[in-house]
Design a binder for this molecule. Structure first.
Ligand code: GDP
Ligand code: MG
Length: 185
């Protein structure tokens, strides 16, 4: 298995949009536990498998200071994205995440608005609900897939670009690894 290295994944956004909940849902498959309260680590690692390659994702949570209403948190993502681009350049992969889709009647932003904004900023877009566990794993699969794409473009030969599939891992293979490993499905 080829290890394609460590990738830092930083969760940015206003307070209470669900950053910690998304990480918790992905890592532990539950919604209520706040890992920061119990473990108190800077970041959590998860290895994602993509075909015969592995990507180690470091999930860095951040704590925003201000709490805004739903629509404002969407508008504020421009600022977050611009800050990242200014700091890290244009090669960084940005995913705009619209969380809390389970709050159907409180929706302030349409999928189209989210999609348009992501396109405008050269970002990927996904809607999730940490509470319902909706699209959480696909979110990380999308990120892994984008990393794979970047890697292929920057380093590998053309023939490595073909036939890229996201495969589900079997339970037995998962049991053999004591580090947490997740395959895309
Ligand atoms: P953070 O400040 O961005 O890390 O946000 P948290 O993960 O602490 O979540 C803030 C609040 O929103 C908490 O009360 C969560 O339970 C709630 N929350 C997070 N994700 C969802 C979601 O998908 N749906 C709903 N309804 N509530 C959510
Ligand atoms: Mg948080």
């Amino acid at each position: 298995m080829e290890n394609l290295g460590n990738y830092k994944l930083v969760f940015l956004g206003d307070q209470a949009v669900g950053k910690t909940s998304i990480i918790t849902c992905f890592m532990y498959g539950n919604f209520d536990t706040n890992y920061q309260a119990t473990i108190g680590v800077d970041f959590l690692s998860k290895t994602m498998r993509y075909e015969d390659r592995t990507f180690r994702l470091q999930l860095w949570d951040t704590a925003g200071q201000e709490r805004f209403q739903n629509k404002q948190t969407f508008l504020n993502t421009s600022k977050w994205i611009q800050e990242v681009r200014a700091e890290r350049g244009s090669h960084v992969i940005v995913v705009l995440v619209g969380n809390k889709t389970d709050l159907i009647h409180k929706r302030q932003v349409s999928i189209e608005e989210g999609d348009n904004k992501a396109s405008e900023f050269g970002a990927l877009f996904m809607e999730t609900s940490a509470k319902a566990g909706f699209n959480i794993k696909p979110l990380f699969c999308k990120i892994t897939s984008a990393l794979q794409g970047n890697e292929a473009v920057s380093g590998t030969k053309q023939e490595d670009l073909v036939d890229v599939n996201l495969k589900a891992s079997t339970k037995s293979s998962r049991a053999e690894h004591d580090q947490v490993e997740s395959s895309c499905c």
